[in-house]
Design a protein around this ligand. Structure first.
Ligand SMILES: [Zn+2]
Length: 278
């Protein structure tokens, strides 16, 4: 073989080796999201489902679940939503709602116990992000006094009839729109106002499962998603409808799955912690 031909072959080998190692380097280095755990953060019975779908299924009750999601990223742990308060687990009959059309919550497992089962301490959690500030999503934020809270500014500043929702000493980043949490595009908060003024959803690009869009309460269950129904108590009907379209656009662009936080039928088919999605 001529020397020049040998050099060409050697160059081709280098090129192929580079192509093979390229994606592996990108996976471990640039996009650092590794796995996602679904935690049981409450079990509820919605008294009258027409609260969430005006005029439809009046007087019918529905079982809800409440989900938290724990994300392992090479830069640290992130928790998405915190569920109903762990204290409800000690209430023999759960927490009755102030009026019967709302949701009666129970907790069969605490968030603290599920983190402990994974060997994760509350102080290990780098970011706690909440979809919005209703009690079934922020029930355990005080368990993470060292974590950086990621919440939309509009939501943080939304006046509450019962006083401040967060302790003033809680570290917080008040967001104004979408936010790339780890700076690598793998975990992105997506502003979806309407249910509340500063509601947000979360897009997680898992290495094997692919992109998953976590709804928060931009929608509560599949039937409402398919029919674009807006709950009666939402802050803005127009913004809710626009946010549902935003979710649909993200799903189409990213080829993402939509995981609906409170949808029991969907979650019954999913793997719960300590199993995980990677
Ligand atoms: Zn909720």
């Amino acid at each position: 073989m001529e020397p020049s031909r040998r050099i060409e072959i050697a160059a081709a080998f280098v090129l192929v080796a580079g192509l093979l190692s390229g994606p592996a380097v990108a996976q471990s280095g640039k996009s650092g999201v590794e796995r996602l755990y679904i935690l049981n953060c409450g079990e509820g019975v919605a008294g009258d489902i027409s609260r969430w779908s005006p005029g439809v299924n009046v007087g019918k009750s529905m079982d809800f679940v409440d989900s938290c999601y724990l994300i392992k990223h090479s830069q640290g742990w992130m928790l998405w939503d915190t569920g109903v308060a762990d204290a409800i687990a000690a209430m023999p009959d759960g927490q009755r709602p102030p009026e019967p059309r709302m949701t009666h919550w129970r907790r069969s497992k605490t968030l603290a116990a599920q983190l402990a089962e994974l060997g994760v301490k509350p102080s290990d959690i780098k970011f706690v992000a909440v979809s919005h500030t209703h009690p079934d999503h922020i029930g355990n934020v005080t368990m993470f006094p060292q974590s950086m809270l990621l919440v939309q500014k509009l939501e943080y500043e939304w006046p509450s009839p019962v006083g401040p929702r967060f302790k003033p000493e809680q570290p917080v980043t008040k967001l104004e729109g979408d936010h790339d949490v780890f700076g690598d595009g793998s975990v992105t908060l997506v502003a979806t106002p309407g249910h509340t003024p500063g509601h947000q959803s979360l897009l997680v690009k898992l290495p094997r499962t692919g992109p998953v869009l976590l709804s928060g309460d931009a929608v509560h269950f599949k039937e409402n998603w398919e029919n674009r129904r807006v709950p009666e108590g939402n802050d803005s009907k127009d913004r809710t409808t626009a946010s549902m379209q935003r979710l649909a656009d993200v799903i189409a662009k990213e080829h993402a799955q939509l995981w609906i936080n409170h949808d029991k039928v969907q979650r019954d088919g999913q793997r719960m912690s300590p199993e995980f999605y990677d």
